[in-house]
Design a protein around this ligand. Structure first.
Ligand code: NAD
Length: 434
């Protein structure tokens, strides 16, 4: 398994470079991360044992600005995965034009099995181990799988204790009352909606005549579904790990969230009092997670996990458009097949960049000590994402390439331009005019 995901990335990168004219130096620079740190974090457990956790921080590229990327706590974390994720962050920050590079971190741990005090000790221990390589102008972590605002608050506090001063801009995704930003929670879903609205406009799709199925009803999926409904789209199906609900009459995501907070499964909430389905709606049914992916809808929004549309189920996908809020929900083989079938896939590196964009706003606010209203955040997010999305769409149309390839080319042009500004072989051997 070692190097598997990152090997795939390197192959993919070579494919993308076929569409670009970039100096050899740029290819060399982007073929490896700048720093890959592996640490062992001792944590005193509640029962007195000392447990050692494996942690990582990979800094891929910082040509455009300080490294930026989340920290995940998950049993599957390893150096290969973290390296791959740090590369994707490099692309994502460049797609939307943020003044950042890309990084990622993680700890190999089942966070759900830890007590709150063990989780706090691990979070603080991780920061002590990577403190020398992070900083507000160097590398700014953020939350990812199984890390949240509380964890970010502990980590920022630990860093402040090490530095003996307040350093809120060292980490983003903090609680609002601990120098966090308004609008961070809904940022990923909101950014995805802004992207979809631009796409819909280009394609002449009217939201009121557009049906949407949403896989995954966590942070990204819920806010996307809620905001998409507000924008006029018709949400006809949603799923979480307990199953899926589908009704042609349309679903109110807030009602689903109400029942989810009471720990109801999708199946249970169908029949609960005042629940999702009207009694006189025969189209209201529960489905399996796999069935939701194959519904005949206008838009399929993937907001759960990676590898959901594969070469196995891609031939059965009936959605007319796919939007990726999760990271990597469509495998590269499936991506090729969907392109051949004429089903556009709006890629993760563009569509879920709303999260890192509002993280950038949080960092800017921390650095200036002046805080913006939620409305200002939404407005600025829109202004950042819409033009970038349109440039990616225009390139894909013009060059007749998949949207993902266009997003990568768009990002790599920016990174390559910045690398070249520092001089390439052609510059130093005098073959390029200054
Ligand atoms: P989350 O843990 O809040 O939600 C995940 C949801 O997926 C849950 O509702 C879970 O029940 C559901 N799920 C799990 N397995 C499923 C299955 N087989 N079928 C249907 N649903 C299933 O996570 P999140 O923060 O919403 O992140 C979701 C994805 O979006 C991840 O890939 C994450 O990396 C990506 N993402 C999130 C953000 C963010 O700001 N939250 C930013 C960028 C990318």
């Amino acid at each position: 398994m070692a190097q598997k995901i990152f090997d795939d990335i390197q192959h993919h990168l070579n494919d993308i470079f076929q569409y670009m004219d970039v100096p050899e130096d740029v290819r060399s620079r982007l073929s490896v991360p700048k720093l890959a740190l592996s640490v062992s974090i001792p944590v005193r457990m509640d029962d007195g044992r000392l447990e050692i956790f494996k942690g990582y921080r990979v800094q891929y590229d910082d040509t455009i600005g300080p490294y930026k990327g989340g920290i995940r706590f998950h049993p599957g974390v390893n150096m290969d995965e973290v390296t791959a994720l740090s590369f994707w962050m490099t692309i994502k920050t460049a797609v939307v034009g943020l003044p950042y590079g890309g990084a990622k971190g993680g700890v190999k741990v089942n966070a759900k099995a830890l007590s709150r005090m063990e989780l706090e000790r691990l979070s603080r221990g991780y920061i002590r181990h990577i403190a020398d390589v992070i900083g507000p102008s160097r590398d700014i972590p953020a939350p990812d799988l199984y890390t949240n605002a509380t964890v970010m608050g502990w980590m920022a506090d630990e860093y402040a204790q090490i530095q003996r001063r307040q350093v809120p801009d060292v980490i983003t995704g903090k609680p609002v009352r601990l120098h966090g930003s308004q609008g961070r929670e809904s940022a990923t879903g909101r950014g995805a909606l802004y992207t979809l609205l631009q796409w819909a406009e280009r394609r002449g799709m009217k939201p009121s005549a557009t049906t949407v199925a949403v896989q995954g009803f966590g942070n990204a999926g819920y806010h996307f579904a809620r905001l998409a409904r507000e924008a006029g789209f018709k949400i006809v199906a949603v799923s979480d790990s307990s199953g899926a609900i589908h009704t042609r009459k349309g679903i109110d995501p807030d009602r689903i969230m109400y029942f989810k907070r009471q720990r109801s499964s999708m199946h249970e909430m169908m029949y609960a009092d005042g629940a999702i389905c009207d009694l006189d709606d025969p189209s209201c049914v529960t489905l399996s997670n796999a069935e939701l992916l194959e519904l005949d809808v206008d838009v399929l929004a993937l907001a759960a996990l990676e590898n959901q549309i594969t070469i196995e189920n891609a031939p059965r996908v009936r959605a007319k458009h796919i939007i990726e809020l999760a990271n990597g929900p469509v495998t590269s083989e499936a991506d090729t097949l969907l392109f051949e079938r004429g089903i556009p896939v709006l890629p993760d590196v563009l569509c879920n960049a709303g999260g890192v964009t509002v993280s950038y706003f949080e960092w800017v606010q921390n650095r200036s000590g002046y805080y913006w209203s939620a409305e200002e955040i939404y407005d600025r997010l829109k202004q950042m994402m819409e033009p970038q999305a349109n440039q990616v769409f225009a390139m894909a149309e013009h060059r007749e390439i998949p949207l993902r390839t266009a997003a990568y080319v768009h990002a790599l042009h920016r990174i390559a331009g910045a690398i070249s500004e520092r001089g390439t072989r052609e510059y130093f051997n005098g073959k390029e005019r200054v």
